[in-house]
Design a binder for this molecule. Structure first.
Ligand SMILES: [Fe+2]
Length: 145
């Protein structure tokens, strides 16, 4: 049920605006949004801490795999903004890791659902639209689709 709901949620979240024209990045961004949107639904339904952590772990692994793919592409195609992009990715990892620590806490904060909402509606779209867009444009100029 969760995955179907998160697919519905992600198709609502996903828009052409977030498509970058590089297949692997678009697919992984979509999966990340769906994954974290599903986590948001679970927080809203007050699922157990164990199931929230399991879901979070899955999403966090998707994120790390995705960022590793970005890094590989930047290296392979000699992306000139490599350092800036890497720094931005590491800030993203740090903030999402912080969210995971709060999910695992014995006393999670009251605004946990607000934090997941911000991740899905602001932080990840910002990563895609502002940080990855220049990378995708650079890659497309080099024939990557
Ligand atoms: Fe990305």
């Amino acid at each position: 049920m969760d995955s179907r709901h998160s697919q519905v949620e992600s198709s609502l979240l996903w828009s052409k605006r977030l498509e970058l024209g590089v297949k692997v990045l678009d697919k992984e961004h979509r999966d990340l949004l769906a994954g974290f949107a599903g986590l948001g639904l679970m927080v809203g339904r007050q699922c157990s801490a164990a199931s929230l952590q399991k879901r979070f772990q899955h999403c966090f692994e998707l994120l790390l795999v995705h960022l590793r793919h970005e890094e590989e592409l930047m290296i392979r195609y000699h992306y000139p903004l490599y350092n800036e992009h890497l720094m931005s990715n590491s800030r993203l990892v740090k903030s999402i890791f912080g969210l995971g620590a709060q999910l695992a806490s014995r006393n999670p904060p009251d605004d946990l659902d607000g934090q997941v909402y911000a991740l899905v509606h602001d932080i990840l779209p910002h990563h895609i639209d502002r940080v990855d867009r220049p990378l995708a444009e650079y890659l497309r100029m080099r024939g990557v689709r």
